[in-house]
Design a protein around this ligand. Structure first.
Ligand SMILES: [Zn+2]
Ligand SMILES: [Zn+2]
Length: 271
């Protein structure tokens, strides 16, 4: 059964207002004299590069998608990084409260004392939050009629960008925009990973894939994560114990005791 979605056509006055308020961009090449044009008009005149400008070695640079600066893999990578950052937001909040180097420890006698905040985690959270805000501003200047997410929290903004605007990023009139997004996302995801896999712990990859569900975003169904899992082996004296961690989403953590119980159940079934 197909449903027709009613298209609300903008009135002529509204269309004119949108064009007048879109950010303007210069055109390069023979048509430069047309002067700066609104976002939606200049996009028709962009000479996109035939090859992806993403992070590939020059010899193995794949073709870009049509009317885009990036190949499908790089655009998917942006979406994945945005959802990764959205997914780890709560986890970073928990890490923030635990304080530096004292994960899992909480003084039992003094529950109400404020835990020292981990300033590194606070910095990364601030970076992610302000990055997401500046991305929304960017969208709003290019597309003034675009409706914004109903809640301006970092995870909601990141999921909104990942759900609706990866193509916007990949096809932006200026190639410097997707190029910067790729660098900034990999910087933030790298920092989050470095925090969730702290030094001093050995990591051993295991063959099972992550079975946690990625929460549903907007109208999409939840999907199984499928990220690579590693055993994170800590010193015996480390109060955090060893864990199984997911490389895609740092909030997908299976504590050691749960993992051992799963293995035992599997062995029993096979016996
Ligand atoms: Zn690419
Ligand atoms: Zn996972």
């Amino acid at each position: 059964m197909t449903e027709t979605i009613p298209v609300r056509r903008p009135s002529a006055a509204r269309a004119a207002w949108i064009l007048a308020n879109e950010r303007r961009y210069d055109i390069e090449g023979p048509n430069a004299a047309w002067g700066p044009l609104p976002y939606s008009q200049v996009k028709k005149w962009i000479a996109y590069s035939p090859q992806c400008i993403g992070n590939h070695s020059d010899r193995a640079r794949p073709p870009a998608d049509r009317h885009a600066w990036l190949c499908g893999d790089c655009t998917d990578g942006i979406r994945r990084d945005l959802f990764t950052l959205a997914g780890c937001w709560d986890f970073l909040g928990e890490m923030l409260q635990r304080g530096p180097g004292k994960q899992g420890e909480r003084s039992g006698s003094n529950e109400n004392a404020a835990a020292p905040l981990d300033l590194n985690v606070a910095d990364v959270r601030r970076q992610i939050q302000s990055w997401a805000c500046s991305m929304l501003e960017h969208v709003a200047h290019d597309l003034p009629a675009m409706s914004m997410p109903d809640e301006l929290s970092a995870p909601k903004m990141l999921a909104w960008l990942g759900r609706w605007h990866t193509f916007y990023i990949a096809t932006h009139p200026q190639d410097s925009f997707p190029a910067a997004v790729l660098v900034e996302l990999s910087d933030m995801v790298g920092k989050v990973r470095a925090m969730s896999f702290p030094d001093g712990a050995r990591r051993r990859p295991i063959s099972t894939r992550c079975l946690r569900y990625v929460p549903a975003v907007e109208d999409q169904d939840p999907v199984i994560c499928g990220g690579r899992l590693s055993a994170l082996i800590r010193e015996r004296t480390d109060p955090r114990g060893s864990e199984i961690v997911c490389e895609t989403n740092p909030s997908h953590v299976i504590p050691e005791y749960e993992w051992l119980a799963l293995l035992k159940a599997k062995q029993r079934r096979q016996a």
